[in-house]
Unconditional design. Structure first.
Ligand SMILES: [Fe+2]
Ligand SMILES: [Fe+2]
Length: 187
């Protein structure tokens, strides 16, 4: 694991990507519906936090410093929206329903493509155009932003209760989590 005091924002976001992709594999290999549902909630929690933190701190830096920053951000935000609408469908599906697997497959496809774009194009450009110490500062900001919503409900840990009480799981989890992170008010 990278040293948290010196890891930069690219290390941090890349680790997030691969944790979520690993969770998707775990869901695919599990045959226990409740376990699959529980892991899906973890994926949703992690992915919304990751995307919101990117939109708050990383994408604005891309707009400012990358040669084609605006176009890259518009493309990436479009993919976040696709992921979000898939997660909104996914959050209400049982772990043994055929729709659950269909959404899972679509989510994985969009996410792999998105991760590929960020890691092969935008992240190397961030490192090329932004000073190393600034990228470490950005990592700290992303970490803090992610903490604005309660701890993820990791199924191997029993302390997911706070998360479940305040955020989810269930219908509306994606929106409620995003609202919590951005401070957005819903009527
Ligand atoms: Fe990302
Ligand atoms: Fe992203």
């Amino acid at each position: 694991m990278a040293d948290p005091t010196t890891q930069d924002v690219v290390d941090l976001l890349t680790t997030d990507h691969h944790e979520v992709l690993d969770l998707l594999q775990e869901i695919k290999t599990s045959t226990v519906p409740d376990r699959r549902r529980e892991l899906a909630d973890v994926v949703i929690g992690e992915l919304v936090r990751h995307s919101v933190a990117e939109e708050m701190f990383v994408y604005p830096a891309m707009r400012r410093h990358l040669p084609d920053g605006d176009a890259a951000v518009e493309h990436d935000v479009g993919e976040h929206k696709e992921l979000e609408s898939l997660m909104k469908r996914w959050e209400s599906l049982d772990g043994d329903s055929p729709d659950f697997d269909e959404v899972l497959a679509q989510l994985e496809e969009v996410l792999r493509d998105h991760v590929q774009d960020e890691e092969s194009e935008q992240f190397p450009q961030l490192r090329a155009h932004i000073r190393a110490d600034k990228l470490v500062e950005l990592a700290a900001k992303v970490e803090t932003a992610k903490k604005l919503a309660p701890t993820r409900p990791h199924p191997s840990a029993p302390h997911s209760e706070l998360f479940h009480k305040t955020i989810g799981p269930g219908v509306g989890m994606v929106d409620r989590l995003r609202d919590k992170l951005t401070g957005r008010q819903t009527g």
